[in-house]
Design a binder for this molecule. Structure first.
Ligand SMILES: [Zn+2]
Length: 370
């Protein structure tokens, strides 16, 4: 049985000075197995990850947890409380428009400088020294920045500081209306089959500001920097974004399935006993990020989403029925938008009324099985 330690951390303040904090739950590992950081709900409407953390903790309390695990549900109290009518907005900072999940820090110079300076250092020492270097860089460049930070950067830096301590980082999100899918870095493709997620996006080594990238980019770039100098090292940290269904939706039963999938990955990594949890047998599909395509609405109107999520749609088959009530009596009162190529429907826009240029569906193209 593992002991659970509860605490909280202040991540922001309201205009009246009151503190906004996040809850933190920690299991202390019984060995030196990899350490784990899991957070949920960075986007305010994406609440299902909190239920997954709940189910994970219910399981972990009865297990011998071998690596340190830190869990941070409700990790963005500003986004969680950003309501309009019956909906939670919470994807963008309402003041700057910044996506909350694009405020993380990455210093691309650091891995190159480090590899040059420590070309012969043993790998175990590289891990300790480089981790200290990226933490120091985060603290000095961001937390001690005389010009300050914007709100998203400040929140992200506080969370990233905790994530930097871990060997495995899982960021739990959902899509708008969405099928489960996983963002998996290309260097660890074999990990994709360890989760119970039927759709995987393989992402390249570039940095776009999200937490998974903030976790693995320094280490992946370090591996590439050593490679350039003629030395082979492993990527010491893994980071994933798990998209677990739709926003504004919570289901504890489905969360139990997702926590089992996460435990199967953690079991394979030795964080809990190996072999205790196994991935579910299923056909898993994947595509590269460049082949993950958004279909934008050619005109405004009212939308019927025809392709069920997860369905395989052939080129020329209908994806969308677009209704224009201002055009009643004309040929274009109803129009069909077809799939431009063979694809799998992964997610669609949450509203049935759209502007021209709204992202209707996101689809896997050129997909393959794992
Ligand atoms: Zn999200």
């Amino acid at each position: 049985m593992s002991e659970l330690i509860s605490s909280s951390k202040v991540v922001s303040h309201m205009a009246n000075g009151q503190e906004m904090s996040v809850p933190i739950y920690q299991f202390k590992g019984s060995s030196d197995a990899p350490s784990v950081y899991i957070q949920a709900n960075m986007h305010g409407a994406e609440v299902q990850g909190n239920a997954v953390i709940y189910q994970l903790m219910e399981q972990l309390r009865g297990l011998d947890v071998k690596g340190d695990i830190t869990l941070v549900p409700l990790c963005n109290p500003i986004g969680s409380n950003q309501k309009s009518g019956e909906f939670t907005l919470g994807r963008f900072d309402p003041i700057t428009g910044n996506n909350w999940n694009r405020g993380y820090h990455f210093n691309e110079q650091l891995p190159q400088d480090f590899a040059k300076q420590y070309i012969d250092l043993p790998f175990d020492e590289i891990k300790v020294k480089f981790r200290a270097a990226i933490i120091n860089d985060l603290e000095t460049q961001l937390l001690d920045n005389p010009y300050g930070l914007n709100t998203a950067q400040h929140l992200c830096a506080t969370l990233q500081r905790m994530a930097f301590e871990a060997d495995i980082v899982l960021d739990l999100h959902t899509g708008p209306i969405s099928e489960r899918h996983l963002y998996c870095p290309e260097y660890t493709k074999e990990s994709a089959v360890l989760f119970d997620i039927p759709h995987t996006l393989f992402i390249p080594s570039g940095f776009d500001g999200a937490l998974d990238e903030a976790a693995f980019c320094p280490w992946w770039q370090l591996q590439l920097a050593y490679q350039e100098l003629g030395r082979k090292i492993d990527v010491a940290v893994d980071g994933f974004t798990l998209e677990l269904g739709s926003q504004e939706w919570l289901c504890l039963e489905e969360a139990k399935k997702d926590s089992a999938g996460i435990l199967s990955y953690l079991s394979a990594k030795g964080v809990v006993e190996q072999g205790l949890f196994e991935p579910t047998e299923m056909t898993r599909y994947a595509c590269y990020l460049k082949d993950y395509r958004a279909l934008y609405s050619p005109k405004s109107g009212l939308v019927e989403y025809l392709a069920p999520l997860g369905s395989h749609v052939r080129a020329g088959e209908p994806l969308i029925r677009l209704l224009r009530m201002d055009r009643y009596g004309h040929d274009d009162v109803i129009e069909i938008i077809e799939a431009p190529e063979d694809c799998i429907a992964i997610l669609h826009f949450a509203s049935a009324s759209v502007n021209q240029g709204t992202e209707l569906y996101k689809v896997f193209t050129r997909y393959f099985t794992l």
